[in-house]
Every structure is written in C-alpha cells, then in structure tokens.
Design a protein around this ligand. Structure first.
Ligand code: FAD
Length: 478
C-alpha cells in the first residue's frame, strides 16, 4: 500500500526526513498538502505569508511533477482530509515533519491518535530545527533562557547529519485534488503584492540560490555589514525560505561548515552567520516552553505596564508616517516587500513600544500580517525581546534613539533615500532629523515639513522620559 507524506512547513524535496523515510521503503508515495482550517488549524497565516505560501506550493508542485508525481491539495479539517485520501488510495502509513507551536502540536497529537485508532501507522520527524527544543538542557535541568550559553551548548554538541538526497522519482496514486488557486491565497482587490515579485523567488530552488549567492561573497562582510540596511546583500534573505521549510537549518549548517573547512569562506563570516541561525532555534525553545509567547508577557511584571491606546499613532507607525525617517523607511520597506532589515526591525519595534508606549502585541500582530517570514517563534520572541518583557530581553532602559541609529547604520542615507524619496534631497546631516534643517535647506530640498513629509509624531527626548517613567512603575509593582 502507498505511504502518504503529509507536507506542512517543509516544502522541499532535498534533505526532507519524512519524505526520505518514505522513499526508502520503495512503495508508492502520495504527496499531500492540507490547507487546514477550523478549530485546530492554529494561528491563521497573515496576508504576506499567504502570498508566499501560494508561490511556494506552486513551485513545490512543479518540482514534484518533474519527478512524475502529484502534489495533492486538500482543504479543511486535518483528520477528515487524511481520512479521505486514505480511503481513496488505500494508504496504510502517514509520515510528516514536526511543528512546534502549541495549536499545531495539539492538532498533530490528535491526528496521530485518530490514525492509530484506524490502524494507520503514523510517524513524525525533525526537518525544521538543528536541535529540537527539549534536547538541550541547562546544568540545572531547565531550558535555556539566555542566548549565549544556548549558542555555546549547541555549537559544542551539534553535528549536522548526512545530507538526505532528493528522490529520483516520485510515483504513486493521484487522488482528487484542489487547484492551488482554489485556496485563494493570492491577494486580490487590491493586489498589494506587486513589489514582492521583484525580490523573491519562493520555492526550493530560490532558497538554494540565495544560500549559494550569499556564500559566494556577502558572507565575508556579514559580521560588519549585517547592521547596514542600505546594503542590499548585507544579509542572506533566507528567512521566508526557512519559514516555509524550503531549506532546513541542517542544510545550511552543513554547507557553511564544509565551506569553512575547505577554506572557501572565512570562519568569522561563517560562524557569525550560523550564530544568527541559532537565534531562530533559541526562539523555538522559548515558544515550546511558553506556548503563549504571542499572547502573554513572558515576564509577567509587564502585565502592569501602563501601555497607551492611540489608534492614530498606531496607524502612523504602520503606514510609515511617524516623521522619523529610519522608522518610516522600515515600515514602508515592510509594506512594499514583505520584509524588513533586522536592524530596522529593532528600531521600529523600540519606537512603537517605547516612543509611542503601545503594547508590543500591536506590533507583533502587524508584523504577523505583513512579513513574508512571519514566524510563530521568532516574531513574538523578538518583539518581547525589544519590549523588554522577554527572556534574555534587552534592558528596559535601552531606548533606541531613531536619529542616532539612523546616522550610525545608514550613514550615507541610502536606505532612507530609497524608501522615503520625498526627503531624498536633504543633506546627510539632516536626513535622519528633517526638523533640524532650517527653512532654506528644506526649501532647497523641495520639502515643506508637515505637507511633503510629516513632522515628528513625538519629541524624542520627552517620549524617552515618558517610557522610562512607565518602565519605572513596573519596579514598584514587584
Ligand atoms: P540573516 O542575517 O541572513 O540571518 C540568517 C537567518 O538567521 C535568518 O533567515 C533567520 O532565520 C535567522 N535569524 C537571524 N536573526 C534572527 C533573530 N534575531 N531572531 C531569530 N532568527 C534570526 N525573523 C523571522 O524569521 N521571522 C519573524 O517573524 C521575525 N520577526 C522579527 C521581529 C522583530 C521585532 C525583530 C527585531 C526581529 C524579527 N526577526 C524575525 C528576526 C530577524 O530580523 C530576521 O530573521 C532577519 O531580518 C531575516 O533576514 P535574513 O534572512 O536576511 O537574516
């Protein structure tokens, strides 16, 4: 009888443990994707992630067809869809790769029990992480809450398993299937995604091309350049590919370490890059042990934080109209491309939670909807880190100054000029603080502040003091 390989966040043919285990059995294979909805479907994907998933599924389906197979697409309740495909094909086994968010784990456990009841063999594998969240423990037996010791522990023990080859052919029954377009993932009315196509190539080939292009040069300057948002290839751009499992971290680890061993890339660049990959792993540890990471403060002291409610300010932040150029550039890059540079993510998150004193959950939700790499672990973990409410959080009194951050990390203004073209004519000296320019300078640059570009939404100094006072109130709650 055939084996069903149920693909979820692992849309790749190479180095895919569940697929590989099925191929080794030399039986017919049914490649299945279920667009789950209903109670146990987990957090619904945001708009930008749906855009990515649409293209990723199409690329994956083409790759499977080239090997003689079919990607069978179903939508609905997980157990019901599996039942239908089992009944139609006579399959007696289902393999999949594990997920780690709470709702998904619960759904998988339920489905596994349901399949066992039916006498169907179900087995799961790890395709998504170097080390699963329950493996590494601190000396006292708990999970790691601080990144650096986690990174050291992982680096000391981890060795990438041997690469799993891409199957040479994939044949089996072709049950009834939906068309990917039937899932309605591509945005319509309006289609806001036109800026995405120019940048991204969702799918396994796109992912491998990105990794190779990054290792062919940019990795060398990565330790310094990764903080400069104006540098186009300063970072790898692999995050959405990792999000949808078009490439796995073990593949990256293996490729990077062997390139270092062969002297093809430097140790400095290679290890720095791998340490960032491990930040992702660390976020998954936090998510696993704190399944409510996106809904609740990791540090419950923050339940008393006097957050403000201010819809117009939230809207100005979302639309890149705060009057702080580095913040506005980031928010516009996010809207146009579905991605934002890491340094700027930190700046805009600090601005929302500290300068505007709005709950980090507002920002987490906006990012969830607009990022192509919106990740159930990295997004809430990073938001909580910036807000100060997370494990291993930035000290609460570190309020990023959006002016000096801009001057330091976008010194030549390439990033701000690209995303805020209306102020491109300002000299570097005033680019990150247009309100400091005199009338003559503004008029030479063709700008009327408050008309062509907003006046600052808040004054940096007083907003900073307000944030520090709010954070002080937490101490008195202890
Ligand atoms: P590179 O610098 O090339 O890094 C390689 C890979 O390492 C990334 O693709 C990513 O998988 C991982 N990585 C790098 N930095 C981090 C980090 N700080 N935390 C976790 N993983 C990291 N990343 C997401 O993948 N999804 C998110 O939803 C997400 N939300 C974020 C929200 C905020 C407020 C902040 C400050 C950061 C967030 N990040 C998120 C982390 C980081 O900004 C992105 O992973 C990174 O910008 C992706 O670009 P890249 O692939 O070019 O990164």
């Amino acid at each position: 009888p055939p084996i069903i390989v149920w693909f979820r966040e692992d849309l790749r043919l190479s180095d895919n443990p569940a697929l590989h285990a099925a191929v080794r059995q030399e039986r017919p294979i049914v490649c299945l994707y279920i667009h789950m909805n209903g109670e146990n479907a987990g957090r619904p994907l945001g708009g930008a992630s749906q855009w990515w998933l649409d293209k990723s599924l199409k690329a994956f389906s083409r790759d499977i067809e080239q090997l003689g197979g079919q990607l069978t697409v179903q939508a609905g309740d997980g157990s019901a869809c599996l039942d239908r495909v089992i009944d139609e094909t006579g399959a007696d086994t289902v393999y999949w790769n594990r997920r780690y968010a709470a709702a998904e784990r619960d759904a998988d456990a339920e489905i596994k029990a349901h399949l066992k009841d039916r006498g169907i063999d179900a087995e799961s594998f790890n395709a998504r992480l170097l080390v699963e969240p329950w493996v590494l423990k601190t000396g006292s037996g708990g999970f790691y809450k601080v990144f650096t010791p986690f990174w050291k522990a992982l680096r000391a023990c981890y060795e990438a398993p041997a690469a799993l080859p891409r199957p040479k052919s994939l044949t089996g029954p072709a049950p009834e299937t939906l068309r990917i377009d039937d899932l309605g993932l591509h945005p319509e009315k309006p289609d806001w995604s036109t800026g995405f196509d120019a940048i991204w190539s969702p799918g396994e080939t796109g992912a491998l091309n990105r990794l190779n292009a990054f290792l062919d040069g940019p990795v060398e300057a990565y330790p310094e350049e990764r903080d400069h948002p104006g540098k186009e290839d300063g970072t790898s751009g692999l995050s959405p590919h990792l999000r949808f499992g078009e490439i796995g971290p073990a593949q990256i680890w293996r490729t990077v370490t062997s390139a270092m061993e062969a002297g093809r890339i430097s140790e400095d660049g290679g290890w720095k890059f791998l340490s960032e990959i491990v930040w992702r792993e660390f976020s998954y540890v936090l998510l696993y042990y704190r399944p409510d990471l996106a809904e609740a403060n990791y540090n419950s002291d923050f339940d008393h934080m006097p957050w403000r409610t201010d819809e117009p300010a939230l809207k100005a932040w979302q639309t890149g109209q705060t009057g702080y150029p580095i913040v506005d550039a980031g928010m516009r890059q996010l809207w146009e491309t579905g991605w934002m540079h890491n340094r700027v993510r930190m700046i805009v998150a600090s601005f929302l939670t500290k300068h505007l004193l709005l709950n980090w959950q507002n920002g987490e939700a906006w990012f969830w909807d607009t990022l192509v790499d919106a990740d159930p672990a990295s997004n809430p973990a990073s938001w909580q880190w910036t807000a100060g409410s997370g494990a291993d959080a930035a000290p609460y009194f570190r309020v990023f100054n959006p002016i000096t951050q801009g001057q330091k990390f976008d010194a030549d203004g390439a990033y701000v000029r690209r995303w805020c073209p209306e102020i491109a004519g300002l000299p570097d000296k005033h680019l990150h603080s247009p309100w400091t320019a005199d009338e003559q300078t503004l008029s030479r640059a063709g700008i009327t502040l408050g008309e062509d570009y907003p006046c600052p939404l808040v004054d940096h100094k007083s907003a900073r003091e307000r944030a520090l006072e709010a954070y002080e109130t937490l101490k008195s709650q202890r």
